[in-house]
Write a protein that binds this ligand. Sequence first.
Ligand code: B16
Ligand code: MG
Length: 217
Amino acid sequence: MSIQACIFDLDGVIVDTAKFHYIAWKEMATGLGFDFTEKENEWLKGVSRMRSLDILLEIGKVTKSEEEKRLLAESKNERYLEFVRRMSEEEILPGVTRFLDDLRSNGILIALGSASKNAPLILERIQLMEKFDVVVDGNSVLKAKPDPEVFLKCAELLNVEPGLCLVFEDAQAGIEAALNGGMKVIGVGSPDDLSYADHFIPGFKKLDYELISRWYV
Ligand code: B16
Ligand code: MG
């Protein structure tokens, strides 16, 4: 098969932490005097913490200084971490652990490529850290998705050419990051919400090595 490594996004692919981000951002919006809907929360997926805050403030038409923004982002993260600290293996999305084991037993290298600075803590809480050969997260990249930096760094650390890497992403910015890096990409979600991926899957329940080796001969 033409794939040597699989790179996984975290939020929306391995676990559904988006619901915790949403609660924390919504509480902040309420405190600032405006509403923040679940639909608007879609725009924050795959986007960095500071960019998420900028989008939220734009929605509420609120202006803050750089120092105020730093404090707001810090307080949102503290609230978010209250949920993360309570996470366990039960939060892993259906089929993910089996699929990771299937890939490994077929000699495929595995990386995590996430925008989240909390990725190591989340992997530790859900006890999945040992499944990854490489973890690249928001602490080690300068440019956010759709820039391909996070995925290219995974490829470099795995010593695999970008063209032989397959990315799993639930966010449009992440799909574009994978394509910008010259990688193959499977969209996790509906083609009604996402564009340009090679294939779309609703989740990992029905996916195995056999199927992806047919897709990427
Ligand atoms: P943090 P991913 C992303 O994770 C989330 O989708 C996005 O909503 C969040 O703002 C970003 O991580 C930063 O997260 O505040 O924990 O650093 O989808 O790239 O795994
Ligand atoms: Mg995601």
